[in-house]
Design a protein around this ligand. Structure first.
Ligand SMILES: Cc1cc2nc3c(=O)[nH]c(=O)nc-3n(C[C@H](O)[C@H](O)[C@H](O)COP(=O)(O)OP(=O)(O)OC[C@H]3O[C@@H](n4cnc5c(N)ncnc54)[C@H](O)[C@@H]3O)c2cc1C
Length: 443
């Protein structure tokens, strides 16, 4: 099929971008290397928009949380990723978590069945000359990564991302563990495994002594991204660090004692059927055998059967504030846009959001028009601002969407009212932007 634009990479960002472009009336060639004889170190299937680690899109609260607000803005812009997520959500308190298989199957089906999208299972090794969006993600294939590095002259930056283990539900001892959410907020959606002081201290020292995966030569000196730090690295920062992080017991009354335990391990539902549970915050680079040995010392997980063990991977992203213009175009080759995690946003939702924006900018350009960027007060605008200008290119690091990326709301506020003030302002700004878009489309 002849095409108007090519999208390279069928992950969260590329699938969203292809969908948006096709819905705007353009013929899209979506090039995805999985299923064509290539793989990445983290993807396990050939499906589009595969979630490689957690099954959560994080908070779905649009009033007090920046990522919840981003969900809402993407829904307004008819995001395929949000439609699929809403359709296949699983219980997770106030968070939006999904059955990962049904979610990516829905995206794959929608793309395959779209009359204006041709999905081609091919690996791209060079920068295209036709209009294109590169959305090859944190695990971009090495040859294409080299081609990008050669064009930009800067090389790609890199950091580490780690995967948390997943446990079969039936192997969890519910005579010890119990279901609850912190402070009883939302439903009883988490499985909680309690540790007393002695068990906690033994666990921390086992983590510190456990054998870790060796680093590859090319991985040395690559810094961790703070939001995805391995559990043993957190443990090495101090005996109490985990009790104030992923093993925090506050607000979790153990029904068997009526008190908070000394520390707790939480597991969150990972699939629709509730058969798989993800160890929250337990990303790790311990060797697989060590993970099984050490995690089975957690009360309730004595006989844990692991569906997937933790792992660690390098992540690559470009120096977007330096290399991209305000419409996500590569300054040196403006026929190419970048989208997704490779631009230096962080997370599934943010990656899909940047895919959506890249596609909307490209669609306007193909129509011979120009799309004004979403206002910086919106979550979409704030994310775009971080990638394309606001951040210091010397210290640029991947970033989840957050209120700190938006212009401050003037005045003195209590924390929750301040968040609400941000989201109220964002909603108003988005509404205005969307109605301007509609007016322009109608003209
Ligand atoms: C190990 C790991 C764990 C992570 N855990 C989380 C998490 O728990 N929560 C979270 O929100 N985010 C997590 N992330 C970040 C996550 O990758 C992104 O949030 C999201 O998947 C990025 O979307 P993307 O579309 O940019 O890239 P991806 O979803 O990775 O999609 C990129 C696609 O491009 C394809 N591709 C690569 N090179 C080529 C080529 N040359 N030609 C054709 N196709 C190509 C790949 O096969 C892939 O399908 C994790 C990342 C990694 C690496």
């Amino acid at each position: 099929m002849a095409f108007d634009i090519q999208v390279i990479g069928g992950g969260l960002a590329g699938s969203e971008a292809a969908w948006q472009l096709a819905e705007a009336g353009f013929r899209v060639r979506l090039s995805e290397m999985r299923g064509g004889g290539d793989r990445t170190p983290a993807h396990e299937t050939e499906r589009l928009a595969e979630m490689v680690c957690s099954n959560s899109f994080r908070s779905d609260d649009p009033e007090h949380n920046a990522v919840g607000l981003l969900h809402q803005e993407m829904r307004v812009l008819r995001s395929l990723v949000m439609t699929a997520a809403d359709e296949h959500r699983v219980p997770a308190g106030s968070a939006l978590a999904v059955d990962r298989e049904l979610f990516s199957a829905k995206i794959t089906r929608s793309i395959e069945q779209h009359p204006r999208i041709e999905l081609v299972r091919e690996r791209i090794d060079t920068l295209p000359h036709n209009p294109a969006i590169i959305a090859t993600g944190p695990l971009t294939s090495p040859t294409l990564a080299d081609a990008i590095a050669a064009e930009t002259g800067l090389g790609a930056l890199a950091f580490f991302d780690a995967i948390a283990p997943i446990v079969h539900r039936e192997s969890i001892n519910m005579d010890v563990a119990w279901m609850a959410a912190r402070w009883d907020k939302g439903g009883k959606d988490y499985i909680n495994c309690p540790l007393d002081q002695e068990q906690y201290e033994a666990f921390v020292s086992a983590l510190l002594d456990g054998e870790k995966m060796p680093f590859h030569e090319w991985e040395t000196d690559t810094p961790y991204f703070e939001g995805c730090m391995p559990i043993e690295v957190m443990a090495s920062r101090g005996a109490e660090t985990l009790r104030y992080g992923p093993m925090k017991p506050v607000g979790l009354d153990n029904p068997r004692t009526g008190r908070w335990p000394y520390a707790v391990v939480q597991l969150r539902q990972d699939n629709k059927f509730g058969t798989l549970w993800n160890m929250v915050g337990f990303q790790t680079k311990l060797k697989h055998g060590e993970q099984v040995r050490i995690f089975r010392t957690i009360p309730g997980l004595e006989n844990a059967d692991f569906a997937r063990l933790g792992g660690i991977h390098r992540n690559s992203f470009i120096n977007s504030p330096k290399l991209l213009d305000g419409e996500l175009r590569l300054k040196s080759k403006p026929n190419i846009r970048f989208a997704g995690q490779i631009t230096g946003c962080e997370g599934y939702v943010e990656s899909a959001a940047v895919g959506l924006l890249a596609a909307r900018f490209a669609a306007a350009e193909l129509q011979g028009a120009r799309l004004t960027a979403p206002p910086p007060e919106t979550a979409l605008g704030a994310l775009l601002g971080h990638i394309t200008g606001q951040a210091n290119s010397e210290t640029f690091q991947p970033m989840n969407v957050n209120f700190g990326l938006m212009p401050p709301v003037p005045g003195r506020w209590k924390s929750t009212s301040r968040k609400k003030a941000y989201t109220d302002r964002a909603r108003e700004a988005l509404q205005q932007w969307v109605s301007e878009l509609a007016d322009r489309e109608a003209a």
